[in-house]
Design a protein around this ligand. Structure first.
Ligand code: GTP
Length: 257
């Protein structure tokens, strides 16, 4: 098989307290839109986007999970098979910041150690911030995770978050892609120093391929081998997601932090 025929599929779960902007982030990234309306996610939702990383086609499957504890039993079943994770909190919600570690644990309890990133969203509301910049940076340092500040509203740093996770994952499975961006694990001041970066919506640029699965509509979800209440969610992307081409997912040989 020629190398260019191989396509990688990465399951990314986006977790964090309610209303931190998880759904908005995924919608922004996959559809290029932002809406001010808040519609609580019930259970899980799913979108995907195909991107190119280091000349390699990568299909990102982004799983949007409900932030409310009442949905924990449902959402954690969907963590299984995840290869990367966004831990999100909001600039204007102290509780959401303090919950980051417990979100990390919830995901790791299901899937073990995977590539993760901490995201402080709603940085456009920095004037009303309830988390000191150093606190967030300290947390990221302590957990040894890359840290991004984003504004989904202003489309700031959203692409960078997912690109980082994709590059990190490719590095892990191929051991030949360079670790992205030679910056410390805490990527601070990014959005603040360069507020013009990516602050516009341009759907044509990204030409995302979007496939949505309505909330809790499991039957339509071709990626599942069994419904979540059976507690046995498995991704089978090789044929489904790669149109019959072999996935490189099984070829993992090395791990980096
Ligand atoms: N100002 C500002 N508002 C944002 C931003 N991102 C999201 N929001 C708003 O925050 C609210 C909650 O966003 P959602 O994306 O629904 O939050 P969620 O984390 O998916 O919430 P749950 O489904 O309850 O878990 C919405 O009103 C969004 O418009 C941002 O970057 N800046």
């Amino acid at each position: 098989m020629r190398e260019e025929e191989i396509e990688t599929a990465i399951k990314v779960v986006v977790v964090g307290n309610g209303a931190v902007g998880k759904s908005s982030m995924i919608q922004r990234y996959c559809k290029g839109v932002f809406t001010k309306d808040y519609k609580k996610t019930i259970g899980v939702d799913f979108l995907e986007r195909q991107i190119e990383v280091n000349n390699e086609e990568v299909r990102l499957m982004l799983w949007d999970t409900a932030g409310q504890e009442e949905f924990d039993a449902i959402t954690k079943a969907y963590y299984r098979g995840a290869q990367a994770c966004v831990l999100a909190f909001s600039t204007v919600d102290r509780d959401s910041f303090e919950a980051i570690e417990s979100w990390k644990k919830k995901v790791e309890d299901e899937v073990g150690e995977i590539g993760m990133v901490i995201v402080q969203n709603k940085i456009d509301l920095i004037d009303d911030a309830v988390v000191e910049p150093e606190e967030a940076e300290d947390l990221a340092r302590r957990l040894q995770l890359r840290f991004y500040r984003t504004s989904v509203k202003d489309n700031l740093n959203v692409d960078e978050v997912f690109m980082y996770l994709a590059e990190k994952y490719l590095f892990q499975i191929n051991c030949e892609v360079e670790e992205p961006m030679e910056v410390p694990k805490v990527s601070i001041g990014y959005g603040l120093l360069n507020p013009g970066l990516n602050n516009h919506v341009n759907e044509d640029d990204s030409k995302p391929k979007v496939k949505s699965i309505s909330k809790l509509n499991k039957k339509k979800h071709k990626n599942l081998s069994s419904p979540p209440d059976e507690g046995n969610i498995k991704l089978r992307p090789s044929k489904q997601r790669t149109r019959g081409k072999k996935s490189v997912l099984q070829t993992a040989k090395c791990v980096i932090l």
